[in-house]
Design a protein around this ligand. Structure first.
Ligand SMILES: [Ca+2]
Ligand SMILES: [Ca+2]
Ligand SMILES: [Ca+2]
Length: 449
């Protein structure tokens, strides 16, 4: 069968879709799945009562308070049929895809799967306040402990390091000649002067979160730098970093980014990972980000930062990823004029490919974008919701900005911008046959079926 594609022009209104009950809409004050006059009645009664309300959908203009301005905003949404979807962090369970684990060692990603990497010796490191201890050190591994700061130097193969306990002034730093496994077995590490985890090994780095464990990693506001060494995040790795397991990890960064890798990052199905940075990016990788599953909640609040910042292929095949970014642009004056860098929930320097999973993105700052892609966007599946609700002061808060072409041949796609273009694709959009529902209003573009 030939796949006949049709072009969707943003100016062309084909069909106006009813708000699907599967999504939550700002202004649905009575939570009946649609935004209508009944919500005005509910909202007015909240406003008139003068009492505090925890109903986040009643804060229609999303300014953090509920008042008469929200009634005006709600009526406007009803008149234009353009209430935006409500995007919030979501730690509930997600339906995961079955994983295909490559068993051919010629497969380029064979080494991403810990199932293909036997670990024959285990070092257990236990943090306890201002101290740390270890057991099980094999030959070829040197461990030095300074307070609760642990440094490992290893030339040995097949070593697994298991971290547990808690410290407010500690870290785990490793130089290894071989790939290794780091199991976070209910550990809490805050390093006030640098990364909580600092992996200087360029080989595969397996981060395993065992089911039932909760883990916490935090940096501090000021890093003590080491010359000719990178230390870019609360969890930093030189080598490709693979997250697996069914446990939970919270990363809280106030000095730099949350998770940064100078190679690529893969999130396998299973983990619940929450990343917050008040200083820089949420998750950044130089060579690629693969989200195959898990629950990923990212919040970034700083100027010009990105929730997900990907220097290589960004591929989303499963799981549920939610990103909320807040921050103003940074304007640099150059010889040719001003260069403005805005926040984005997801920034892709090369191709963005979405084949499955749920992706919920929200940008709230001046000029903050949902997706900013320097290359092509290819969407063959998955459910994508993007809202840009920030003001347009020095930059345009676009929902999706794509420098090349965008192709949609599967899944659902929704983008909203309160004060700029919801969808701005320089090279044109191609939507495959079979899509029956398009909604293209002033602030909303929806490609659905
Ligand atoms: Ca309603
Ligand atoms: Ca409000
Ligand atoms: Ca580096």
């Amino acid at each position: 069968m030939t796949r006949k594609s049709i072009l969707l022009f943003i100016t062309c209104v084909t069909l106006v879709a009813a708000n699907a009950a599967a999504y939550t809409y700002v202004g649905d004050v009575n939570s009946d799945g649609e935004v209508g006059i009944a919500d005005v009645t509910s909202l007015v009664s909240i406003v008139l009562s003068g009492e505090e309300s925890s109903n986040v959908l009643a804060d229609v203009n999303q300014d953090g308070e509920i008042g008469i301005a929200d009634v005006t905003a709600l009526i406007n949404y009803i008149l234009t049929n353009e209430a935006p979807r409500y995007v919030a962090l979501d730690d509930s369970a997600v339906t995961e895809n079955a994983e295909e684990i490559p068993d051919d060692d010629e497969d380029p990603f064979f080494n991403d799967y810990i199932e293909n990497a036997p670990f024959t010796s285990t070092v257990t490191i236990t943090y306890d306040g201002n101290t740390a201890g270890f057991t099980g050190k094999p030959n070829g591994v040197t461990i030095s402990v300074d307070g609760a700061h642990v440094m490992v130097i290893s030339a040995t193969k097949n070593v697994k390091y298991v971290l547990k306990g808690s410290t407010d002034n500690g870290s785990f730093k490793i130089y290894s000649e071989k790939k290794f496994c780091l199991t976070l077995n209910g550990v809490s590490i805050t390093n006030p002067t640098g990364a909580a985890i600092n992996n200087q090994c360029g080989k595969t780095f397996y981060v395993v979160l065992p089911e039932g464990t909760t883990n916490y990693l935090a940096d501090g506001p000021t890093y003590t730098e080491v010359e000719q060494e990178d230390q870019k995040a609360a969890l930093f790795s030189e080598g490709q970093t693979i997250f697996s397991g069914k446990g939970a990890l919270t990363v809280y960064a106030t000095g730099k980014s949350g998770i940064t890798c100078d190679d690529y990052i893969r999130f396998r199905p299973g983990p619940h990972i929450t990343v917050t940075s008040t200083a820089n990016h949420g998750v950044k990788a130089n060579d690629g980000i693969y989200i195959n599953g898990g629950v990923l909640n990212i919040t970034v609040t700083a100027d010009a930062v990105k929730g997900i910042n990907c220097g290589g292929l960004c591929e989303i095949t499963g799981g549920r990823t939610t990103v909320i970014t807040t921050g103003a642009p940074i304007i640099a004056t150059t010889e040719v004029g001003n260069d403005t860098t805005s926040c984005a929930a997801l920034k892709a320097d090369t191709a963005l490919v979405i084949t499955g999973g749920i992706l919920n993105l929200k940008a709230t700052g001046d000029g903050g974008k949902g997706i900013n892609c320097n290359s092509t966007i290819t969407k063959t599946g998955g459910d994508v919701t993007v809202v840009a609700v920030g003001p347009k002061i020095t930059a345009a808060p676009k929902g999706v900005k794509c420098d090349l072409t965008m192709t949609v041949s599967g899944g659902k796609f929704y983008t909203y911008s309160a004060r700029s273009k919801p969808l701005d694709v320089d090279g044109g959009i191609t939507v495959a046959n079979g899509y029956t529902t398009y909604k293209t209003l002033d602030h909303t573009v929806q490609i659905d079926y």
